[in-house]
Design a protein. Sequence first.
Length: 82
Amino acid sequence: MSNDFAEKDLAHIGNVLSHLEQSAVGGRVPETGPMARLDYWEARVRAILAMPELPMHAQQQAKDLLARLDRLKGVRRCTTSP
């Protein structure tokens, strides 16, 4: 995977997370289906982080996405707990 592709993939993942965050904040029913699988998105971000010679700005973007994923997981735990 090239750095250019990695950066585009991080941007795509960021857009997906924005959609999921808006759904969570809006009080809607949590998203379901493949797009809503947070473990899938986390694995993709971690795969990018494991790339050799990933630029620092892309590393930071990936770490920021992981933090957003953690927050989303927390929101989902709160909405699905009795």
